[in-house]
Design a protein around this ligand. Structure first.
Ligand SMILES: [Zn+2]
Length: 285
């Protein structure tokens, strides 16, 4: 992406210099368990429900304390933080325009950069759970180490990470327009597999919204370069439930999907990308 000339968002909160210490059991979280959590959660957890709660419950219930520690971001992380700020700025421009078309005003989320763990209105945020959106405080949480995780999953490139950021902002849009509440209400009355299906529809819609973002950004700024769309599609495929289940050595169980298959995630991202219209994102239809 040709992003350097882009506008930086003013809605980034940088907590990377702050270390949050939490319950005594957290230090005992084994490497093996972390791997399991990462494998299970590299899904851009929408409302960060299941997995983060799982992590938090394993940490005991003690609250966290914030300490300052001199964490100096690497040059690569400093650049990644700038990049995230530009991507967030483009989501703001996109959604302001989309909301204005229906006569409403877009309230942008804050994006929190943190390292390792941080407090959120949804519980303790863990880098191991991947980027997530917390509907309780309207904030997107990202530990930049996730960029390396994406590379490990076979989705390198700046646009792959931009897709992740835009997907999380997509969850914010679902939250403020009421979709998230409707889905949660329906899930409370649904069976486990129906509830999973609803979760998949939410996630695919966030993928489609990421596509809408890419369409608008390209029309507005021509930031996208050859190969960027491929990077985005690769990222969407890399985090498909079938692919992640296979990678973790498990059998593929479609009824347990919560985010959608690689094919579905690519298809819905492409739908938003090609149309630039949220009407093309009715994954519930
Ligand atoms: Zn999601």
């Amino acid at each position: 992406m040709k992003w350097r000339a882009g506008r930086r968002s003013s809605n980034v909160e940088d907590r990377r210099g702050r270390r949050t210490t939490s319950g005594p059991r957290m230090g005992k979280m084994s490497g093996g368990m972390l791997v399991v959590v990462v494998a299970a959660t590299l899904l851009f957890g929408g409302d960060m429900g299941d997995v983060l709660r799982l992590v938090t419950s394993n940490m005991g219930s003690s609250g966290g304390a914030t300490q300052s520690s001199p964490v100096q971001p690497s040059a690569a992380d400093a650049e990644a933080a700038e990049f995230v700020s530009v991507v967030l700025g483009e989501t703001e421009a996109t959604w302001e325009q989309v909301f204005a078309q229906s006569g409403s005003k877009y309230e942008a989320p804050t994006l929190v950069l943190y390292s390792d763990v941080t407090q959120t209105a949804c519980g303790m945020g863990q880098a191991a759970a991947g980027p997530f959106y917390c509907p309780g405080d309207h904030q997107v949480y990202i530990d930049l180490s996730f960029i390396r995780e994406l590379q490990r999953l076979g989705a390198p490139g700046d646009f792959a990470f931009a897709y992740v950021v835009a997907h999380e902002v997509g969850h914010h849009v679902q939250n403020i327009v009421g979709t998230a509440d409707q889905v949660r209400a329906a899930q409370s009355r649904a069976s486990k597999s129906e509830s999973n299906q609803l979760s998949v529809m939410m996630e695919l819609q966030a993928d489609c919204y990421a596509g809408v973002w890419a369409n608008h950004t390209q029309r507005r700024t021509q930031m996208l370069e050859d190969g960027d769309i491929d990077e985005g599609l690769k990222a969407a495929a890399a985090v498909g439930d079938d692919r992640l289940q296979r990678m973790s050595g498990r059998a593929v169980h479609p009824e347990s999907f919560t985010h959608g298959s690689s094919e579905q995630r690519m298809r819905w991202f492409r739908s938003g990308l090609e149309s630039g219209d949220i009407k093309s994102c009715n994954t519930f239809g």
